[in-house]
Design a protein around this ligand. Structure first.
Ligand code: TYM
Length: 327
């Protein structure tokens, strides 16, 4: 049976980018494959976090997983810091990846440009080794993510192959899987940059956003020069981004959307998309609020998930230690 593995970092409010690029697609693999979803809170601390917020957001994300349909009876849900094998394997894998490889990671390079060496934590630089450990501990075959994570998964593949070459088959070499639409949702006020939870509020829509604010933000969203609803990523990046969002929330294809709006203008399209997103999010928010209010249940779900995960992870770590001569 194939294993599908992925996770969401509790470092800020979830955006519709996280939803359309990743989370929304996870429940459909349940039942067909072994599915494991986790909250990488050790990744979150690679930038400074407020401890109270971090704890709250970790539980928020567990509740969001359940809200979008991840079923704890069919999937393992775990919290990274509670399964110590993640950090332990990451330390070992550090020794199978070079400074050069790590330095070529776009996420690191982008941040390094802005922050400089004194503004960046070592944990942030080392982040892909921990990500490789997350994935490789569970013999993951597929990792459904947004496009920005593909480079990290490529590095994970290189680390796995390198380790396998030295010690014989140990790790499954994983594959990153991105959705056909929504793999890279862009900022609403600048279609050249990715929508991100850390950016300023006008550029993104959080999953907890109010209807009013959603409608306003779509009205204000930048568009391209002609007034045509047509998908053309190179020449019409802003409207193409809105079409991807529309498609992600309705499951209508790009062609169907273009046809529906062939003789409509941007104002109508933006008003419709605002309504659609606001409606869907208000339904999700309702479910989320119910699920989130029962903290005892959330803790018991992660207790069960953590212990199932620990069992799998400790077997893998034992093999790695035997192969590398670690007592
Ligand atoms: P994170 O928490 O930044 O994002 C979670 C998921 O959301 C996707 N995503 C997007 N997709 C489309 N458009 C966007 N604008 C957008 N923004 C974010 C991300 O690609 C991701 O799939 N390093 C990971 C967390 C992680 C992980 C792992 C994931 C740690 N270990 C092992 C998979 C497997 C991260 O920071 O994702």
């Amino acid at each position: 049976m194939k294993t599908v593995f992925s996770g969401l970092k509790p470092s800020g409010d979830m955006t519709i980018g996280n939803y359309l690029g990743a989370m929304k697609h996870w429940p459909k693999d349940q039942g067909k494959h072994r599915t494991i979803f986790f909250i990488p809170n050790l990744h979150a601390i690679t930038t400074r976090q407020d401890p109270i917020q971090l704890k709250k957001r970790t539980l928020d994300l567990v509740a969001w997983l359940l809200t979008v349909g991840v079923d704890p009876d069919q999937s393992i849900i775990l919290v990274q810091s509670m399964v110590p094998q993640h950090a332990e394997l990451a330390w070992i894998l550090n020794n199978y990846v070079t400074m050069g490889e790590m330095s070529r990671m776009t996420q690191y390079k982008d941040k390094a440009k802005k922050a400089g060496p004194e503004g960046l934590l070592v944990g942030f630089f080392d982040y892909p080794a921990l990500m490789a450990a997350d994935i490789l501990l569970y013999d993951s075959n597929e990792v459904p993510v947004g496009e920005d994570q593909i480079q990290h998964i490529e590095l994970t593949r290189d680390i796995a192959k390198r380790f396998n070459t030295i010690y014989g088959d140990t790790f499954v070499v994983p594959k990153g899987v991105i959705p056909d639409t929504g793999a890279r949702i862009m900022s609403l006020d600048n279609p050249k940059i990715k929508m991100s939870k850390s950016d300023h509020p006008d550029s993104s829509i959080s999953l907890t956003e109010s209807t009013d604010s959603i409608l306003k933000k779509f009205k204000r969203a930048v568009t391209d020069s002609d007034n045509k609803i047509a998908y053309d990523k190179a020449n019409k990046p802003a409207i193409s981004n809105l079409i991807e969002i529309y498609s992600g929330f309705t499951d209508a294809s790009v062609a169907e959307i273009e046809k529906k709006y062939a003789d409509k203008n941007y104002a109508i399209f933006k008003s419709d998309i605002g309504e659609i997103v606001a409606h869907k999010l208000s339904l999700l928010q309702n479910d989320f609020n119910n699920i989130r209010s029962d903290e005892a249940s959330l803790y018991s779900i992660i207790d069960v998930g953590n212990s199932k995960a620990s069992q799998i992870a400790s077997e893998k770590l034992k093999i790695v230690k035997e192969k590398t001569g670690l007592l």
